[in-house]
Design a protein around this ligand. Structure first.
Ligand code: SDX
Length: 443
């Protein structure tokens, strides 16, 4: 037996095999189970992938017990203090912080070379009802981009992949802003090359052709931080969706559209919008305790949105950064006592003292406070998850690229634990009576 293996024994037959241990550069070691089925005739069973590493990745590291988040090794707290969303995007894509020359070229690509949208895409928006949720428009528009860039289907060419990634990062703000403008009936604003990434997005969102638009630097700083904190988070549901979609050699626009669809769910990226709706209800009712009681009731599906996390069993480091920024921004904007922020602080205080939440290590996550900042800078509620998708496009494209470059990457095709009927024979309709009780082994 060598020290870098684990022994798996089938106690029914006494048969044992040794499986290799694979250590990463940080975090928990893994057991390489690829030979398990061939050598011992087993699959592993892990709904929700609680203990399963789907890939090797060098992009983002998290430690849920210690509340650590690092992009390419840099602690999120340091990036939040010193970097910008666009510089962080460069870091995630290329793996290193850029020199000023590299950053200048990257900015030119994102803000000038790739930022235009084909005029035909505008008519695409007209196909939606005026009350369509912007996430529905985003899923459709991003998927449709594949029809404008047929060259992007050559997914095994690294240059084609990098171009597709930069096109997506560059065009998402315009598509997002236009989906908002379409919903409000306002004229769209074209991207400006003289503005930075986040400024340009706010300009396209809120400027109108008839008036001068003054960009509030406090809003830019707060939104840029929100985008940076949401840029990547290793193998979350939407990123895993992008990887699985891309593993069939699907084009990058289809893969990212699948990621947007997954992010939309209220237990994932849709939580930031759901948190504000929950806080609004709590604030109006003034009865936080009944919501806490419902969240703890095993027979009630209601959960405290913005609380809990698959990885963080301590305070989500992003929530801590956003919470601090909330205080500062609201103070700077002279809105220190927004009822929602007061309710959020009170809810957090009550929950963190409650045995139910302590026992399950449920803390505020990135979505708990982010909506309060977005609200303070005037972003409409239905755009919150769109903002999340805008930011996570960086992470999604990085993981898609990393997967396509990984020699060990294969089409994703999980197996299953079959619990349905065993073999049974067809019964002609004239011989069918009332359904027989389910056989032993059938569900
Ligand atoms: C994001 O994965 C990522 O990295 C995601 C993300 C990213 O950047 O990509 O960080 C972004 O999606 C953040 C999460 C946003 N979602 C929410 O805020 C929705 C509310 N949270 C829960 O739905 C839940 O906490 C999840 C989905 C976030 C995590 O679910 P898990 O890991 O499957 O945890 P679980 O359902 O197994 O819960 C364990 C226990 C259960 O109780 P018991 O069955 O043990 O009695 O904790 C309870 C749960 O009922 N629980 C909650 C709760 N979250 C978990 N109870 C009340 N309120 C909650 N919010």
């Amino acid at each position: 037996m060598t020290s870098d293996t684990v022994t798996i024994t089938d106690n029914r037959s006494g048969e044992s095999i040794e499986l290799p241990i694979i250590e990463g550069t940080d975090g928990y070691p893994t057991i390489d189970i690829r030979a398990l089925h061939r050598l011992l005739g087993f699959y592993t069973y892990d709904p929700g992938f609680m203990s399963t590493a789907s890939c090797a990745s060098a992009i983002t590291f998290t430690d849920g017990e210690k509340g650590i988040l690092r992009y390419r090794g840099y602690p999120i707290e340091q990036l939040a203090e010193h970097s910008s969303f666009l510089e962080t995007a460069y870091l995630l894509i290329h793996g290193e912080l850029p020199t000023s020359e590299q950053f200048g070229l990257f900015r030119e690509e994102i803000m000038v070379e790739y930022n235009r949208l084909h005029e035909a895409l505008q008519s695409f928006f007209d196909g939606f009802r005026e009350d369509a949720h912007p996430m529905a428009i985003l899923v459709g528009a991003v998927g449709a981009l594949s029809s404008f860039y047929p060259d992007a289907t050559n997914v095994h060419d690294p240059a084609v992949r990098m171009k597709a990634a930069k096109r997506l990062i560059s065009k998402m703000p315009t598509i997002a802003a236009w989906s908002y403008k379409y919903a409000t009936g306002q004229p769209i604003m074209y991207p400006r090359t003289d503005l930075d990434y986040t400024e340009n997005f706010l300009y396209m969102m809120f400027a109108v052709p008839t008036d001068e638009f003054e960009i509030n630097p406090l809003h830019v700083k707060a939104l840029d931080l929100i985008l940076m904190l949401h840029a990547d988070h290793e193998q979350n549901a939407s990123t895993s969706t992008v990887r699985l979609t891309g593993s069939s050699d699907a084009n990058p626009f289809a893969a990212i559209a699948a990621g947007i669809a997954s992010l939309w769910g209220p237990v994932h990226g849709g939580a930031n919008e759901a948190v504000i709706r929950m806080l609004q209800e709590m604030s109006e009712s003034g009865d936080i305790d009944s919501y806490i009681a419902r969240a703890k009731d095993p027979h009630d599906r209601f959960r405290l949105v913005g609380f809990g996390h698959r990885i963080y069993k301590s305070y989500d480091p992003r929530a801590a950064i956003i919470r601090k920024t909330c205080h500062q921004l609201l103070e700077d904007l002279g809105a220190t006592h927004t009822p929602l922020f007061d309710t959020a602080l009170k809810l957090e205080e009550i929950a963190l003292k409650d045995e139910y939440f302590i026992e399950r290590k449920l803390y505020p996550n990135v979505d708990f406070y982010s909506g309060i900042i977005l609200r303070a800078i005037g972003i409409p509620l239905e755009m919150y998850t769109v903002i999340f998708a805008l930011a996570r496009t960086v992470g999604w494209t990085c993981h898609w690229n990393e997967m396509m470059e990984d020699p060990e990457s294969r089409i994703g095709r999980p197996r299953q634990l079959y619990v349905g009927y065993r073999k049974r024979d067809y019964v002609p309709i004239e011989q069918r009576g009332a359904q027989p009780a389910a056989e032993e082994g059938g569900r």
